[in-house]
Design a protein around this ligand. Structure first.
Ligand SMILES: [Fe+2]
Ligand SMILES: [Fe+2]
Length: 232
């Protein structure tokens, strides 16, 4: 039984949950993340616009992929080994593979939907900001989290919880910054993968909640594998 309340796949009062996030002070960001957030603000501006969130989503998938690949390779090492594998180790790897797969799918749906809405709105995509830099950032973020996960998995879960906390609050704050989104009705073919919402405001509220779930999952996994309380 988890101490956290997860909301993915559940009917929730999006506005009530959004209010909770707006009251939340968020998790403390480590130095790496603070540098990343400053770099994002410098490149994409401080304004919370869809193109900036699209880049966040491109990056957000990578820690989950790093856990999946890292655990997959760990199983190869454990099973191609003169010593027999320990079930507890295999269970842990399998748990991280499952967690990584389901979360990277969820981030990917965010990415699909935001990109489609940008297309529908006729928003311009620039070569440097929307093509070259996201690729460069994604490459760096993948290898950073991959190395952290290889050396000490707890580091990666700790940092990811903080990254997701930032994402949760940014999505919630974007709805405050854009009151016009309350009346902006949206539709996308990607709702075949994702819970359908009527307005842009509710889409951002729903994504914010997904990010909260991701934060709690990383937080919970950090505590499970270290046996220590997570420091917010
Ligand atoms: Fe996301
Ligand atoms: Fe997330």
């Amino acid at each position: 039984m988890s101490k956290f309340e997860y909301t993915i796949g559940k009917e929730v009062d999006l506005k009530a949950e959004w209010e909770k996030t707006l009251q939340d002070k968020g998790l403390h960001a480590n130095l790496i993340l603070r540098c990343m957030f400053v770099a994002m603000d410098l490149i994409y501006g401080k304004a919370r616009e869809i193109d900036k969130f699209l880049v966040i989503e491109i990056l957000a998938r990578y820690p989950y992929w790093a856990w999946e690949v890292g655990s997959y390779l760990r199983l190869t090492r454990d099973y191609a080994n003169p010593n027999f594998a320990e079930k507890s180790e295999s269970d842990r790897a399998w748990h991280h593979i499952k967690l990584g797969r389901k979360s990277q799918d969820n981030e990917q749906w965010h990415m699909f939907i935001l990109e489609d809405l940008m297309r529908q709105k006729g928003m311009k995509r620039r070569f440097l900001k929307h093509f070259l830099l996201p690729r460069f950032l994604a490459f760096g973020y993948y290898f950073l989290t991959r190395i952290m996960y290889r050396v000490r998995p707890a580091w990666s879960f700790d940092m990811n919880a903080r990254f997701e906390s930032h994402a949760e609050r940014e999505y919630a704050q974007a709805v405050v910054d854009h009151p016009e989104w309350e009346d902006e009705e949206i539709d996308t073919e990607y709702f075949v993968y994702y819970p359908r919402v009527k307005t842009m405001a509710d889409l951002f509220r729903r994504i914010s909640l997904d990010e909260r779930d991701h934060k709690f999952e990383s937080w919970e996994e950090y505590e499970r594998i270290t046996g220590h309380a997570f420091k917010p």
